[in-house]
Design a protein around this ligand. Structure first.
Ligand code: GAL
Length: 493
């Protein structure tokens, strides 16, 4: 890249105070990694005793996923651990974030159904990582609930907190000696709203206005229970850390009006804060969220809020159940105030009284929701510091999609340079306590309802090929270069 081009990575953004490239380095112990998730890469959906998950059922139902594609084989990582670890070595990452498939360990979800072959598989993964000197960061729940548990209500059933904690106990016991970084849940906001309200993700429920709140309520309790279990029973021996990975866009007010500014704050408070506030602040939902959902519920004729309440003892159990904050971030949205009459139709989005839009000027990835706005990430990190204090943050996902098979993924190279550079600014200039960064994703994989058409990999996967051949894209090389040299001026390299 020549100097001028390097100064502003994206033509769309050329405000020198905001967008100019910062030269500098990350601290030596910064944890560089890449991320994946079980259902998106493993395949082997019914092999060696694995039970079906909600994503197996969902993708096997007609019309749920683009072209009825499934994760039956996916990247076949169940059989390709060696190649995956080789790729991690090629990249020079220090860490790998992957998830455990609950129904591979406990095929029907509860401890009565233990499957040793599932444990053996993850032990093989962990041993291969250990030999390669790569640290695992392990997610316990990246959306693939055992189907047998969905059959009794899934996350809308309080018992899930108990079953999840039993499952977590098994995982801590079986794998904990080799794992120092645990994440209980990936993106509570997405799997509750998409799975229980909009219905576009498994289990496909459209329980609009209450399903996501109930599911979220159970998972917050499940998270807290698992964190305490680790704290009481495993931490002193295993010396690990347990937390949760939230997702959030940056919410930029669409106009300078006071209403839009307030709406943007509300968007962050009711979406990120829905899950972050109980865990990081006081064991309870943000006051603003309680107020908004209660008010909308009242206008709809209900005598109690659709948002469930935590008891005092639950609040005490939930508050402070984190050892770091995991953050998945991809994009920015404009927020405008939009008053709703609160008709009989209820939903989380209507409860918020906001409208989200994008700016046509922002460069776009292949996913409709993903506009490329690097400066938004710095503002989000600042917002988190302002509201939740000096919590250590791992960026647990960040990346972008393409639709074609291009190996020369120039836009993604720019995306990573620009986004990682704002992480550097947040760290060096704003003093945000960022400890690590995981790119999404190591390789193309099953992108949920979009199947294989939205490709997030820094390695291409050829899904037509029986071996699911993996080939590094330009972005894999660019990422390796950033890991090695940060953003040192060229003459210093
Ligand atoms: C996140 C999710 C990942 C991946 C990514 C790209 O919401 O955790 O599994 O799909 O988005 O859309």
């Amino acid at each position: 890249m020549d100097k001028a081009a390097e100064k502003f990575i994206f033509d769309a953004f050329h405000d020198p105070g905001r967008d100019a490239l910062l030269h500098g380095k990350f601290p030596g112990d910064f944890l560089w990694g890449v991320a994946t998730a079980s259902y998106q890469i493993e395949g082997a959906w019914d092999v060696d005793g694995k039970g079906p998950s909600v994503w197996d059922s969902f993708s096997h139902s007609e019309g749920k996923v683009y072209q009825n594609q499934t994760g039956d084989v996916a990247c076949d990582s169940y059989n390709k651990i060696e190649r995956d670890v080789e790729m991690l070595k090629e990249l020079g990452v220090k860490a790998y974030r992957f998830s455990i498939s609950w129904s591979r360990i406990l095929p029907t979800g509860t401890v009565e159904s233990f499957n040793q072959a599932g444990v053996d598989y993850y032990n093989r993964v962990l041993s291969a990582l250990e030999v390669a000197g790569i640290e695992p960061m392990v997610t316990l729940y990246h959306w693939d609930l055992p189907q047998a548990l969905q059959d009794i209500g899934g996350w809308e059933n309080d018992m899930m907190a108990v079953y999840f904690s039993d499952y977590a106990d098994k995982c801590f016991r079986e794998f904990g000696a080799k794992i120092k970084l645990w994440i209980t849940f990936n993106e509570p906001l997405v799997f509750t709203t998409h799975g229980y309200e909009i219905g576009s993700h498994a289990p496909g429920l459209k329980h609009s206005g209450y399903g996501a709140y109930r599911a979220g309520h159970t998972l917050i309790k499940a998270h807290a229970q698992a964190w305490h279990l680790y704290d009481d029973k495993y931490r002193s021996r295993q010396q690990g850390k347990v937390s949760i990975a939230f997702n959030s866009d940056w919410f930029e007010p669409k106009t300078d009006s006071e209403k839009d500014k307030v709406a943007a704050q509300r968007a962050a408070t009711l979406s990120l804060g829905w899950f972050a506030h109980p865990v990081l602040v006081n064991g309870d939902y943000p006051e603003l969220m309680k107020e908004y959902v209660a008010n909308a519920s009242r206008l709809q004729g209900l005598s109690t809020s659709r948002l469930p309440q935590f008891s005092e003892s639950e609040k005490k159990t939930i508050a402070g159940t984190f050892d770091f904050l995991g953050l998945n971030h991809y994009t920015t949205s404009y927020v405008s105030h939009k008053a709703t009459a609160h008709p009989r139709v209820a939903s989380f989005m209507l409860d918020c009284d906001i409208e989200l839009t994008k700016d046509d000027a922002w460069p776009k990835a292949a996913s409709s929701w993903l506009s490329i706005v690097p400066w938004g990430m710095r503002r989000l990190l600042g917002w988190i510091k302002e509201h939740y204090g000096d919590v250590p943050i791992y960026i647990t996902e960040n990346g972008m999609s393409q639709s074609g098979m291009d190996i020369k993924d120039e836009l993604r190279v720019k995306y990573f340079k620009a986004y990682i550079n704002v992480v550097l600014k947040a760290h060096l200039i704003d003093g945000v306590n960022v400890k690590g960064y995981f790119a999404w994703s190591l390789m193309d994989n099953f992108e949920w309802a979009q199947g294989y058409r939205e490709k997030f990999g820094i390695y291409e996967v050829n899904f037509e090929h029986p071996e699911r051949l993996r080939t590094p894209r330009e972005s894999a090389k660019a990422f390796a270069e950033i890991i090695n040299n940060g953003f040192k001026p060229p003459e210093e390299k």
